[in-house]
Design a protein around this ligand. Structure first.
Ligand code: ATP
Ligand code: MG
Length: 220
């Protein structure tokens, strides 16, 4: 059974959390919340769009909750906050009211610092939502995924499952070629379900996400 209220965390930055959050939010008609955004366009609109802006393009701005912290610099949140004279504390975060489907996205990986005394891992614990762990399917994915699972479990946090993204097209491998070995090893050594895989998509759109989500399998 899909939980429909989850914290999407990742093994790293730039590995596909926002894409997976978009897949889940589209499938569930969920609201989306990025509590901490580090890196935002300046007043003239220069710079990459924020994750909230990207997801709003998929699910509509009305379904996207405002960030608790929207920091200008694309740095680790503890640094981006320090540059603005802000100290982020866990007590600043509370789940939005209501019990409907909700997809929360972290920043970076689980040991990404958000303040002098807290990591994203602490935010997952604080918000008390099951974790969906996103990992990019590439060499190194097994190690990164098992370490992240160990971090979640050491804190006793529930893990809904793992989602693999990619691999990104590279070299001579045919487009869409997938080696199932990472998936098998993660399930076996991690004793975890790989709920699904988001292949490298030429177009990131609700239509493409719907097709991807149809192949997801949630543990009983
Ligand atoms: N399955 C995919 N198909 C096509 N493009 C993808 C896929 N997964 C990720 N990307 C692209 O890779 C880049 C990084 O992905 P994404 O923004 O989802 O990472 P992230 O883990 O959310 O990063 P951050 O830590 O900054 O929040 C983006 O440009 C995204 O569009
Ligand atoms: Mg993101």
């Amino acid at each position: 059974m899909a939980p429909t209220r989850v914290f999407v965390c990742g093994t790293d930055t730039g590995i596909g959390k926002t894409v997976v959050a978009g897949v889940l939010a589209c499938a569930w008609g969920a609201r989306y919340w990025k509590p901490i955004q580090a890196g935002a366009p300046d007043a003239t609109g220069q710079g990459s769009p924020t994750d909230s802006e990207t997801v709003a393009g998929w699910i509509g701005a009305a379904q996207v909750l405002p960030e608790r912290y929207r920091l200008a610099r694309p740095l680790s949140p503890h640094l981006a906050a320090r540059e603005e004279g802000i100290e982020i504390a866990l007590s600043a975060f509370a789940l939005p009211p209501g019990s409907g489907p909700l997809v929360v996205e972290g920043a970076g990986g689980l040991y990404t610092p958000i303040g002098p005394r807290a990591f994203i891992l602490d935010l997952v614990a604080h918000l008390a939502l099951p974790a969906v762990l996103v990992s990019r399917d590439r060499l190194g994915a097994i190690n990164q995924t098992l370490l992240s699972l160990a971090a979640l479990r050491a804190r006793g946090l529930p893990v809904a499952g793992v989602v693999l993204t990619g691999p990104a097209p590279s070299g001579p491998a045919p487009a869409g070629a997938v080696d199932p070995e990472n998936l098998r090893a993660i399930e076996r050594y991690g004793e975890v379900a790989v709920i699904g895989r988001v292949p490298w998509l030429a177009e990131l759109s609700p239509r493409a996400f719907g097709e991807v989500y149809r192949a997801f399998k949630w543990p009983e």
